[in-house]
Design a binder for this molecule. Structure first.
Ligand code: NAP
Length: 250
């Protein structure tokens, strides 16, 4: 059985590890190629776009793929819709591995917005010292804000333009609560901006913000394709593959 894991997340890597350990399974992980030095999962790895849903459908056929798991980031909207289209065209079963979104708790001061642009509009009314953790891709959306300081954390350096008053923190999760507390205090952060990525690896910033009474602008998730079964954990996704391979061999 040949399983294609659409990756770029911690969960995708863990899933590739779990599946790679199982005899009789061939696992290929697909990465977009956005990160200069990605942490590579075990098994085969392909890097770069497929050329839309049609390109992916062709790839599935040419490589005799028997199942696809879309374990991409909840904000990677295009690839998820492409996977749904490609799997339908190629008649290959598809599962989405999607971590649940974060939920505010007692003491949280969250302002939910629908987009990065809306987050940028909300910044001036919320704070002047911003911890921006939405990744390097949308930085230009904040470039016009010249009366606030931005601490921008991303895996690779963003392309300009960015806000005029900014400091770059190159790092990738998982992050610790102590580390996040220290960042908020050292930079006197008074607003955190995040996507609702979900998952444990980047959640400590939310706890640190709650403790420090720092408001959080949370960008809600984009829509996901309908009709695709969803697993919330790596174990659930691995079980889905197991059930398929059992059905194929039985
Ligand atoms: P996107 O907007 O959904 O996808 C744009 C295009 O990039 C897709 O049409 C596809 O090109 C290619 N692509 C995306 N993911 C791919 C994959 N895993 N393998 C092969 N091609 C892929 O994606 P994005 O938001 O730029 O995210 C890119 C990657 O970074 C994803 O793999 C995602 O898991 C990871 N990531 C994204 C975020 C985020 O906030 N968006 C955060 C952390 C990690 P073709 O049409 O040519 O196939």
């Amino acid at each position: 059985m040949h399983v294609l894991v659409l990756g770029g997340t911690t969960e995708a890597r863990s899933l590739a590890e779990a599946l790679h350990a199982r005899p009789g399974l061939r696992v290929t992980s697909s990465l977009a190629g956005r990160v200069a030095a990605p942490r590579l999962p075990p098994g085969e790895v392909r890097i770069g776009g497929f050329g839309g849903a049609d390109g992916m459908a062709r790839w599935l056929g040419e490589h005799a793929v028997s199942a696809v798991i879309d374990a991409t980031h909840p904000f990677a909207e295009t690839i998820s819709f492409n996977a749904a289209g490609a799997a339908a065209t190629a008649h290959v079963p598809l599962l989405a591995l999607r971590r649940p979104g974060w939920v505010p708790g007692e003491g949280d001061d969250w302002r939910e917005v629908a987009s990065l642009a809306e987050a940028a509009r909300a910044v001036p009314d919320t704070g002047r010292r911003v911890f921006l953790t939405t990744g390097r891709m949308g930085l230009a959306t904040f470039a016009h804000i010249d009366d606030a300081f931005f601490l921008v954390r991303s895996v690779d350096a963003p392309e300009p333009p960015g806000p005029p008053h900014m400091e770059l923190l190159l790092d990738r999760g998982p992050f610790t609560l102590d580390g996040e507390r220290e960042i908020l205090a050292r930079h006197r952060i008074d607003v955190l901006v995040t996507k609702d990525s979900g998952g444990a690896a980047t959640a400590p910033k939310l706890t640190a913000a709650r403790e420090a009474a720092v408001p959080v602008i949370v960008v809600r998730r984009p829509p996901a394709p309908g009709g695709v079964p969803v697993a919330a954990t790596v174990a659930e996704a691995a079980d889905w593959v197991q059930a398929l391979s059992g059905a194929a061999s039985g």
